[in-house]
Design a protein. Structure first.
Length: 339
């Protein structure tokens, strides 16, 4: 069985390809290189001694997607990462997000529903919960009105998959990620944010590397112990391994009509100030930062209840916040040439 990884040259996708190849699985990557670089293929090969097959395809091109599946008729599993994912950009340019994130999903599913058997893992996000009422967040927490078109595309994507799975042979699972951070311990692959990083950890590492003057902490007036917002930061390698386990469970699953949802997090919340303190410890240097106003659309707190994924998938996160920050820092220094 060959596994298609869409967005496989991206941050989470590339780390997942490494874990799939480590398990001896045959992988083909589709990526349109809009938010990644071809050098990531070299990094994957250096880690696993195996270069994945790569197809530079834009999933918005329906004919190109159909042609791909005609040429790769042995693809029976798909892990779908490819999507635009910048919350702020989605507010500015909603149609870019609806076209890219929804049309691509539809074209993939159209090809899969024609197959006698197809396993499908959807990259979703805890953003669908908005500000959940209760912490830690379980999969039963209500999906709230999306705070951005990006978040809405994840909600709509989940609903499309639920509808299609009921009337096809598509055997699907939805993985709702919390906050992925860090880099592979080999430092051969990691996060490559284009432009000014939107996310906390790449902004921290770029500040520590001297690319940014200082980190702006978005708000210190949240109802949390130290006033800064709390998130569940999961090492990207732990997250990648969750996909391998989820695929193995999908293949073994008998009741294939039911689409299961899993929160993929560590189960531990960390505030922005706690992340800064942890980073200063692993980097052994002070991080320049200033407190500014809250960022539009940010929630106070989100961390996962991991009982379901622990018990039903048999997966749990093992790597710590410090290990993730240490790998992110080592990666930053390497790509800045000071490693
Ligand atoms: C984390 C915390 C910020 C930057 C988003 C998406 C989510 C997923 C991960 C795609 C927040 C604070 C950040 C900065 C700061 N993306 N922060 N200064 O917003 O929790 O989640 O990215 O899948 O779907 O919603 O992650 O890293 O942007 O922010 O103070 O320069 O760090 O306010 O509290 P977020 P983040």
């Amino acid at each position: 069985m060959r596994i298609l990884v869409t967005g496989g040259l991206g941050f989470i996708g590339s780390h997942t390809v490494v874990e799939l190849q480590n398990e001896g699985l045959d992988v083909v990557i589709i990526d349109n290189l809009s938010n990644s670089s071809i050098e990531v293929l070299d990094g994957i090969e250096r880690i696993t001694n195996k270069r994945p097959v790569f197809e530079n395809i834009d999933l918005r091109d329906k004919n190109a997607v159909q042609d791909f599946f005609n040429r790769y008729s042995d693809v029976q599993g798909v892990i779908h990462f490819a999507a635009s994912k910048a919350v702020g950009e989605s507010v500015e340019n909603p149609l870019l997000y609806y076209e890219n994130n929804i049309n691509s999903l539809v074209y993939l599913l159209q090809q899969l529903q024609a197959k006698p058997e197809a396993h499908f893992i959807f990259s979703s996000s805890c953003t669908v919960y908005g500000q959940a009422e209760q912490m830690p967040i379980t999969e039963e927490a209500p999906v709230q009105q999306a705070m951005s078109p990006y978040g809405n595309t994840k909600q709509i994507g989940e609903e499309i998959i639920q509808d299609v799975a009921k009337v096809s042979n598509i055997n699907a699972v939805l993985l709702r990620y919390f906050n992925p951070i860090g880099a592979h311990p080999s430092i051969e692959i990691g996060e490559l944010p284009l432009g000014v990083p939107q996310n906390l950890v790449p902004f921290i590492t770029q500040t520590a590397a001297g690319l940014r003057k200082e980190l702006s902490v978005f708000g210190e007036d949240y109802p949390t112990p130290d006033g800064t917002a709390i998130r569940d930061y999961i090492h990207v390698v732990d997250l990648a391994k969750a996909h391998v386990v989820a695929l193995q469970r999908l293949i073994a699953k008998t009741n294939r009509e039911k689409v299961e949802t899993f929160n993929i997090g560590t189960g531990k919340g960390s505030s922005v100030l706690e992340v800064i303190q942890a980073f200063e410890k692993v980097a052994n240097q002070k991080l320049p930062y200033k407190i500014v106003g809250r960022r539009e659309g940010d929630i106070t707190e989100a961390y996962a209840n991991t009982d379901k994924v622990n018990n039903e998938l048999g997966w749990k996160a093992h790597l710590s916040l410090e290990q993730a920050l240490d790998s992110a820092w080592k990666w930053e220094k390497k790509i800045r040439g000071s490693f």
